[in-house]
Write a protein that binds this ligand. Structure first.
Ligand code: HEM
Length: 448
């Protein structure tokens, strides 16, 4: 792969040919990670092909990615492909909206993610984890991804609603799960949104179940606001900027934050547990740090500065298994990337998965080596060679929340338990909006 910039040209970069009618969509769906990786290896920093939805460019160089997400971000929108997948459940919340609506949404939500507010969630996160661990029995086999999904959903729901909503968490979790599963079906991507496919009908039912709970919880909060929950803060921010926030808008933001705020962190924790089970030396070093710093007590916000190896474990895990493996953008006006003219109507694909495993930026890229994250290594890394939370104005708003949560949960669990992967378990990741394991990750838990 080379980062040499050719002179501006009207020709297309080269790329995989694809089949008549379906382009490369089948190849992608059959083996998404294989397809995106081999495309980068074979065609270099920018690859091109035609899909039924129009021209596609895959960007594989950090500088090109920085141009789209950061420097020239105002020229790019998420576009219809993204909207058609998540829009049916998240509506016009912050993740899906564009332009002025997105700016208003981001402005209203930002205060809830201010570092001071995030810190206030730390003890709630540790308490929730300890509570979950009360159910664990020494020697039993647990479904780790399911456990992490339940825990992170409870945590984000408590932050959103300011109270325990554990009795509603199952309904919310099952509706979001059914939505994510249905949104993976092929017709979702190739048939126009008006065609009522079975998957779309399942999505509609999941939305109805979800809305029933979410509307009830919003009404409860409206009637009885607190000074520490996200819904009350959204209402207050709307009051301050003199605009109104409808119940539908609140619903869209709440569902967006419930979905974006638990699925990804759960994935990062499940895949970290998987990686630790395969790399005992890393686990030994992690546990030594936990013993040294915590000496058996629960981790707090103040400990995090001393838990530097724990942080590197999380970072390295999100390098190898970025919970969001790729993102898409569409140009609003023509742009030139790597010397090639890109017209509106094209789809830009950017894959954290590919860049995070590129040997140009990471030695021995497939190895799980938290110790690679030294200050010197980070100083030499191109800015967009590591971007699990994306970058630019649309960077993840929950990045600090997620990093806090992942470190506290990991520290709380590994201080007490060793998790052993059930022999013969294969990791097969899907690649839709997130990198979800197709099957469960069963692990036997051993008290230390
Ligand atoms: C390990 C955990 C997480 C990862 C890897 C992650 C990753 C990402 C990425 C890559 C994006 C950009 C998507 C795009 O541009 O298409 C994003 C956006 C977003 N994330 Fe996260 N996220 C995580 C946790 C969270 C949490 C905990 C929350 C909230 C509690 C959250 C809320 C959001 C929201 C609201 C957006 C949309 C921001 C905007 O468009 O302005 N995320 N996330």
């Amino acid at each position: 792969m080379s980062s040499e910039t050719p002179p501006t040209t009207d020709e297309h970069p080269s790329g995989p040919d694809g089949l008549p009618l379906v382009g490369n969509q089948l190849a992608f769906l059959r083996d998404p990670y294989g397809f995106m990786t081999s495309t980068a290896h074979e065609y270099g920093d920018i690859a091109y092909w035609e899909d039924p939805g129009g021209p596609v460019y895959q960007l594989n160089h950090p500088d090109y990615i920085e141009q789209v997400l950061v420097q020239n971000n105002q020229n790019y929108v998420k576009g219809d492909r993204f909207q058609n997948v998540l829009g049916p459940i998240t509506g016009e919340g912050i993740l899906n909206s564009e332009g002025a609506v997105w700016r208003r949404n981001r402005h209203r939500i930002q205060p809830a993610f201010h570092p001071d507010r995030i810190q206030a969630y730390a003890s709630m996160m540790t308490d929730a984890t300890e509570h979950a661990l009360e159910e664990w029995i020494d020697g039993e086999t647990r479904l780790v991804h399911e456990d992490m999904m339940e825990l992170t959903l409870k945590i984000v729901a408590r932050a959103l609603f300011g109270t325990d909503i554990d009795e509603d968490v199952d309904t919310i979790g099952s509706a979001l799960e059914r939505f994510m599963e249905a949104s993976e079906s092929l017709p979702q991507y190739v048939l126009p949104p008006s065609v009522p496919t079975p998957a779309r009908l399942r999505i509609r039912r999941a939305r109805a179940d979800l809305d029933e709970v979410v509307y009830r919880l919003i009404e409860k909060r409206r009637a009885d606001p607190t000074d520490h929950d996200v819904i009350s803060m959204l209402l207050e921010a709307a009051d301050e900027d003199g605009t109104d926030v409808s119940t539908e808008q609140l619903r869209d933001e709440v569902v967006t934050l419930l979905l974006a705020g638990h699925e990804t962190t759960a994935l990062s924790l499940s895949l970290t547990a998987y990686l630790l089970s395969k790399n005992p030396a890393v686990e030994t070093r992690l546990v030594a740090e936990l013993e040294d710093v915590l000496d058996g007590r629960s981790p707090t916000m103040d400990d995090l500065g001393d838990l530097s190896y724990t942080e590197r474990v999380v970072k390295e895990s999100m390098r190898l298994y970025p919970p969001v493996p790729g993102i898409v953008r569409e140009p609003v006006k023509p742009d030139v990337i790597g010397g090639y003219r890109i017209e509106p109507g094209a789809t830009i694909r950017i894959h954290q998965w590919v860049v995070h495993r590129d040997p140009r930026w990471y030695d021995d890229p497939l190895a799980f080596r938290p110790e690679r994250w030294t200050d010197e290594m980070e100083a030499n890394l191109p800015k967009l060679a590591y971007f699990p939370f994306a970058a630019g104005p649309r960077r993840c708003i929950g990045d600090r929340f997620a990093m806090l949560e992942a470190r506290l949960i990991l520290a709380t669990i590994y201080q007490r338990y060793h998790l052993e992967l059930v022999p013969g378990t294969d990791l097969d990741l899907m690649a839709t909006v997130t990198a979800r394991p197709r099957d469960e990750i069963p692990m036997t838990v051993h008290e230390r």
